[in-house]
Ligand binder design. Structure first.
Ligand code: HEC
Length: 147
């Protein structure tokens, strides 16, 4: 994205959001309620069937921004005011709690980007359990393969 455009978007965000912190270059929502951020993923290990199912969901619903490999290389990534994070980066991902990932998928990008919400109240209407399963799937991008 050219910097004039990103400055304009940043200025717009400042106008919309009040006292502001400019968005960090690659991150996620910074307004996750503490109680949600602290939640642990209640679903255990994904079955092979879950993995295949969520891989397909990711490909059809998320890859246009996040890239097929989760690296943030999707064709619509450059259009987002804040770039999608690199979900394959263990350093970045170890700084994010399951609850933060859950909230982002549940509620979408809010003011920060065009990521849709997927939770029960959204047009996608995923159950909270399905959102948690997607969190577990997303975690796999930054884990060593072979499991
Ligand atoms: C229209 C583009 C778009 C789509 C579609 C999209 N996302 Fe995102 N997503 C983003 C952007 C941009 C960010 C970074 C947002 C920010 O910093 O506020 C993000 C952030 C995230 C985060 C937080 C990452 C972190 O560092 O905490 C997760 C998890 C996530 N997305 C998962 C998904 C999943 C799963 C789907 C599909 C079900 C999806 N996204 C669909 C654009 C998208």
């Amino acid at each position: 994205m050219n910097s004039l455009r990103s400055n304009a978007i940043a200025a717009l965000l400042v106008g919309l959001c009040g006292p502001v912190v400019l968005p960090p270059p690659a991150a996620a929502r910074d307004d996750v309620p503490a109680e949600v951020a602290a939640r642990q993923n209640p679903v255990g290990e994904l079955s092979d069937r879950d993995v295949r199912y969520f891989a397909k969901q990711f490909k059809t619903k998320c890859a246009r921004c996040h890239g097929p490999d989760g690296s943030g290389s999707g064709e619509e990534a450059a259009e987002q005011a804040v770039p999608p994070a690199n979900l394959t980066d263990p350093t970045h991902m170890s700084g994010r709690t399951d609850g933060q990932l859950f909230y982002q998928i549940l509620m979408g990008g809010g003011e920060r980007c065009a990521m849709p919400a997927y939770g029960p109240e959204s047009a996608h209407g995923w159950t909270e359990e399905k959102v948690w399963r997607m969190v577990a799937f997303v975690r796999r991008f930054a884990q060593p393969t072979g499991d």
